[in-house]
Write a protein that binds this ligand. Structure first.
Ligand code: SAM
Length: 183
């Protein structure tokens, strides 16, 4: 509905973001839930008591952040990464984009992991976090190379002043190394 309201011209069934990897990921989540609930129901209940409320809160927060990003960027929030600057495509640095680069991706990331916490699925929660973090790290690196070409020094200044969550410069190995060194 928000995609229809903000960028009706480019609306298609692809706007629903339902791809093969997405269906496989969701099926894995349901599979883990069913397997654990039938093999170890008590453990699953205890896990759910600890994780489900947190999962629900994060699910709502992630979804709200993504919707806020779409409503802020409007027509700049295209489904596919743009290679060339379209007429009217301005650099968005207001609203949620003031606090973080790629709030839409962060919202999706939080929403995806939170769904698995809500289901009390430890294996899929870790797997979703790892796979989607890697995916966004690569996508952000590519998207930012196009944004730098389109907006030049203005994008450099924005990127210097505003952090992002899956920095193209930091790998998971680097992040774990920092945790190990500074713990
Ligand atoms: C699916 S949208 C995702 C937007 C952003 N990465 C986010 O997570 O909120 C992808 C399009 O957004 C555009 N885009 C990303 N950040 C932008 C910004 N700060 N200002 C203008 N356009 C942006 C890119 O050119 C790309 O075509």
């Amino acid at each position: 509905l928000i995609a229809a309201a903000t960028d009706r011209e480019n609306l298609s069934s692809r706007s629903l973001l339902i791809s093969r990897p997405y269906v496989i990921a969701m099926a894995s989540g349901l599979g883990e839930f069913a397997a654990e609930a039938s093999l170890a129901p008590d453990l699953k209940r205890r896990l759910a008591e600890r994780l489900s409320l947190l999962g629900l809160a994060l699910l709502v927060a992630g979804e709200a952040l993504r919707k806020a990003a779409m409503l802020t960027a409007r027509r700049a929030f295209t489904h596919d990464i743009q290679y060339e600057r379209r007429p009217g495509h301005e650099l968005v640095t207001r609203g949620v984009y003031r606090y973080i680069r790629h709030p839409g991706y962060l919202g999706w990331f939080v929403w995806a992991v939170a769904g698995q916490l809500l289901l009390a699925n430890p294996v899929c929660a870790v797997a979703f976090a790892y796979v989607s973090w890697r995916f966004f790290r690569e996508r952000i690196a590519f998207e930012e190379s196009t944004l730098r070409r389109m907006f030049g020094a203005a994008y450099d200044a924005y990127a210097t002043a505003t952090p992002t969550f899956a920095s193209p410069q930091i790998t998971l190995k680097d992040a774990l190394h920092c945790l190990y060194v500074y713990e």
